[in-house]
Each structure stands twice: as C-alpha cells, then as structure tokens.
Design a protein around this ligand. Sequence first.
Ligand SMILES: C[C@H](O)CC(=O)SCCNC(=O)CCNC(=O)[C@H](O)C(C)(C)COP(=O)(O)OP(=O)(O)OC[C@H]1O[C@@H](n2cnc3c(N)ncnc32)[C@H](O)[C@@H]1OP(=O)(O)O
Length: 629
Amino acid sequence: MKVTMEVGNDGVAVIKISNPPVNALAPIIIRGLKEKYMEAMNRDDVKAIVVTGEGGRFSGGFDINVFGTVHKSGDLSALPSVSVDLVVNTIEDGKKPSVAAIEGLALGGGLELAMGCHARISAPRTQLGLPELSLGIIPGFGGTQRLPRLVGISKAVEMMLMSKPIMSEEGKKLGLIDAVVSSEELLKVARSWALDIAERRKPWISSLQRTDKLGSLSEAREILKVARQQSRKTAPNMPQHQVCLDVIEEGVVFGGYSGVLKEEKMFNELVLSSTSKGLVHVFFAQRLTSKVPNVTDVGLKPRHIKKVAVIGGGLMGSGIATALILSNISVVLKEINTDYLQKGMKTIEANLRSLVTRGKMTEDKANKAFSIVKGVLDYAEFKDVDMVIEAVIENIALKQSIFSELEKVCPAHCILATNTSTIDLNIIGDKTTSQDRIIGAHFFSPAHVMPLLEIVRTAKTSPQVILDLMTVGKAIKKVPVVVGNCTGFAVNRTFFPYSQGAQFLAHLGVDVFRIDRVISNFGMPMGPFQLQDLAGYGVAMAVGKEFASSFADRTFRSPLVELLVKSGRNGKNNGKGYYIYEKGNKPKPDPSVLPIIEESRRIAKLMPGGKVLILSLSPCFNEHASSAV
Ligand SMILES: C[C@H](O)CC(=O)SCCNC(=O)CCNC(=O)[C@H](O)C(C)(C)COP(=O)(O)OP(=O)(O)OC[C@H]1O[C@@H](n2cnc3c(N)ncnc32)[C@H](O)[C@@H]1OP(=O)(O)O
C-alpha cells in the first residue's frame, strides 16, 4: 500500500497509487497522495502532475473497509478529510495542473479524484462510475457536484441513482473523458496534456466552476423533480436517493462549493445510517460467498461445462435453460410428452423475446441462443452431457427414480444437480451410488432474471463438483452461494418461518392485507400473502409438507391454503388469490377471501378465547404509508 512519485525530465510528476487489487483509497493512500501532491507543488522542477494507478486499474474508490470500522465504533474521525482538503484545495485549486491517467476502472472516490483533476485521459473499455448509493451513502469527494458539471444533470443523476458505470468510450462522448488512448500511450499522452495545460496550450479547467452543462435553473429543477418521484417509487426505503438529489440541487442553486459542503455534511450523516450498515455488509458478504474453505482454496481448477441437460420444462426448468443458453452453454431440455415439451420450448422462446422487446438483447443474439437448446423426450442425448439439472415437481419418489436413471445414462464425470427448493439431497440421492456428484442448484423464479443461485452441498459432494457449479453460476451471471444440506437449505429455512409467522398472525385474527401493508412499508417488495399468490399455492403446500415432516414440533399447519384451493383459487396463476389480478391493474385485495380466512381461523382455533388479537405496532413500522398494493 503506497503512493509513489517520479519526476521526469519533462517536468511532469507522475503520482501513482498502489493498493492491490483495486487501488482502494485507504487512509494511508490518501495521506500519501496529499504528501506527494504537496511535494510536487513545492518542487521547482515540477511543472505539472499526472495521477494514475498501479497494475492497470486507476482506483475502485474509497476503502469500504473504513465504513465497517465507522459502523462498529460510530466514530466519524476514521474518515479522512478528502473532499475539500485534498480534492478542492490541493488538486483542483493547486498552482500546478493535474491530469488523471485512467485505466481499468475509476469508481466512486477514484472517479471523484479524477474529476478534481484538470483533464482525464483514459484507456479503452475503462469503467467509470459513482456506485456509492449502492452502499447506502452518496459520493463524498465532490462527485455529486462535478459529475453533473461534466456530463449534464440528467446523465449524472442516472449514473448515480442506478449506481451503474459507463465505459470510457461513452465517457468521451459525454465530456467526462478528454481523450481515449491505448494503454501503451496512456502515460505519454497524459504527461503532454498536463504540460499543455501548464503552458496554456490547453485550457485549465476546474470542473467545480463549470456551469455550461447544467442548463437553466428551471430545467435542472424539473429533472430533479422527476428523479425524486421515480426514486420514491423504485427506492422507497433508500434515503440516500433523495439526499443525493437534494445535494445536487444545492450545488445548482448556490454553486458547486456550497454543494461540496452540503455533500460532506450529508455523507457523514448517511455513513451512520442503518441502510449503509446493511448495504456495506451486503458488499462484503457477497464477496465472501466466492471463498469456500476446502473448495476455492485448495488449487482445484474448474472443469469446462459445455453441455447441460435440464429435466422438466416448467417455469423453473425453462427459466434455467434460458439462463444457460444466454451464456452460450448448450442445453438439452427433457420432458415427458410432446405437449409439455412444446410448452417448455415456447416459454424459453418467450423469455428471449421479452429480452429483445425490452432492448436488453439483439434479435440476432436471441436467435443464436435459441439455436443451442434442443428439446428431447428420452435420454439419448444425455450420453455426453457435463451436468444435469433436474427441475421437476417436488415429489420425492419421482426425483429418486430420475436420479437412479441418470446414474445409468450420463457419463461418469457428469454433475447431477437438483433444483429442489426444500427436499434433503440425501433423500433424493438415496437410490444411487453417486453421492459425490449430487448437488443442489436452487434457482429462484424467474430463473433467467433472479441473481441468486443457492448451491447445496451434502457431506459427500466433492469439492470439484461444488467448484464447477460455482463457476457455471458465475458464467451465467448469478451470485452462487454455497450452503449446507437440510430441509429448506438456507433460503427456505429462513423464509418458511417468516411466512409461518404471517400465517400465525392471520390465524390470531390479524388482517392479512394489513400484514402485507406493514411488510411492504418495512421494505420488502411485497407482503407474504401477495408473495404466496405469486409463487402459487402448490409450492406452499409442498414446502409446508416437507417442513411439517422435518420439524413437526416447530411447524404451524395452516389450513388456509387448502381451503383457498378448494374454493377455486390459485393465486396469480388464475387471477384469484388473496388479491384479484386483472391485466394492466395493480393487485386489489379481494374481500371475498375474508370468509375463507374466517373458516380457517375457526379450524385452527388459535385465537385466545376465540377473540381477535389486537396488535399495535412499534413506531418504526409505518403501516399507513402508501404501499405497493
Ligand atoms: C467518498 C467516496 O465517494 C466513497 C466511495 O468511494 S465508496 C466506494 C465506491 N466504490 C465501489 O463501490 C466499488 C466497489 N467495488 C466493486 O464494485 C468491485 O470490487 C470492482 C468492480 C472494483 C472489482 O470487481 P472484481 O474484479 O469482480 O473484484 P472483487 O472481488 O469485487 O474485488 C476484489 C477485492 O477488492 C476489494 N474491493 C473492491 N473495491 C473495494 C473498495 N472500494 N474498498 C475496499 N475493498 C475493495 C473486494 O472486497 C475484494 O476483496 P477480497 O479479494 O478480499 O474479497
């Protein structure tokens, strides 16, 4: 971890950040930058400065570990003073010009440091972005002020609110980058650019002083108003979104420097928020998932998975097949009859078509993807598959017989995976002798969209098989999380008690729609009853049965779902559940479901003395805020 400086015969000081792997701006790096800058400013042989990063990466931003320290101690003094002291006073207002030579990535504080320079030269395909909102904070080194001044308010708002980076080629078009040059030429061009500024052959521009891209005050306010409305809908529980827009507005109205000061104040408040604590935890937790002891640290190399068979062309099977072919992995989709097979193939086609319609993929790519999936009715194609993913209904006997057939028809190296959401893998593989290659590949619906892939290992699953599935998971752009084997694994083992809690409350007399409202106001995308409508009652019944048999003393056997099914309801599937589903309309609570719930309460006999339980909520639950439903 160090910052170095080399002064060339041309009078350019090259200051280099070195903190592998992403050159994060740790406090020691920030101190190093300040020291080297002061030295460069004071040396007579230095005319101009180039700041760059070691190892082909400019910087991944401020060191996120420091937020962890602040979260633990609640003490903001661990945050170095950067925004005004280093970026404004030392770099931007310094008496010698600075040019950022950017390669690989400049994210968060990294891009903010570069925007404090007087020009930015980039290598091709370099990621540029301010992803701070995804950590529950806002940019804190002046990014909320300089980005709108360089690319315009509209684009800056989009980049910050979506936390989505752009490439340097787009950055050049937008004005964020002054030139894109090859990696080999990067330092040479940056040096001569810096000298050109020092000798006034090129303009000496301080981004914070610019106003030419801000538009009129009324235009700016209109853009911010629309963004506020959208954020209220898309990120209702993320305070950093509204704060970011307020801080941008401060700078537009009162000038960039006022904006920088407000940004610093609000940044310090947000760092301590529970949202930031949660999201910083998510950042590190996600990275930890790719480190599995005795799997990823024992020198194993992932094997190449070229061809995968998916058994079952229902919603899950066709979604999984879609996810695989989108990443160029050939798929054999097996069904039991022509009707089901056609349905499965049609669903895959529709999944692809919807990506094309939404502009996420070209027609050409969709056609190419569809050409590598083959529908089959027997096992002939299984002789050279590298992996099978079984995605049939949750029926133990059926799964057991499929796995014992697979053992006979697949090659010996083939991974035997199941998409079961709940059933113990040892039971599924009980009728085989292939326990070392049996593994859970639990996708979440819609499987080609949802990022989580729960990988379930038993005591006998081989590390190679786990590594291979993790690698496939990453290749198909999922977040693979390896968990242990038990009924429900990690996700449903956590989720089931949550939905049981909701059922329990409903049977104590609490209104189901009130429960959904409170939960969605708390921050979930929807409440547990609406979610049950969405998932379908078949899943709820199958999962309920598994839990009841594995954890009999901890399971509340709610009669409600069976009563709903008997009354002809099947949730969103047939448009009738707890809610009414009509095309083009938001789901509406269905009052005619209430007598069914009453009957269920009578059967369950949970209400003390047969009386409805009155619950009042702690003030942190705002049950009256407008909800998604
Ligand atoms: C004041 C400022 O406005 C505030 C800020 O700057 S906050 C920081 C803003 N920056 C970010 O959010 C970027 C976060 N990082 C990333 O998105 C990705 O790590 C990346 C795109 C830089 C690289 O991705 P990738 O190559 O897949 O590697 P990835 O595994 O994620 O990261 C490599 C290592 O660098 C670490 N790392 C990445 N960015 C880091 C950061 N900003 N601080 C500390 N560590 C960081 C990761 O934790 C990981 O460590 P590990 O090997 O010990 O697990």
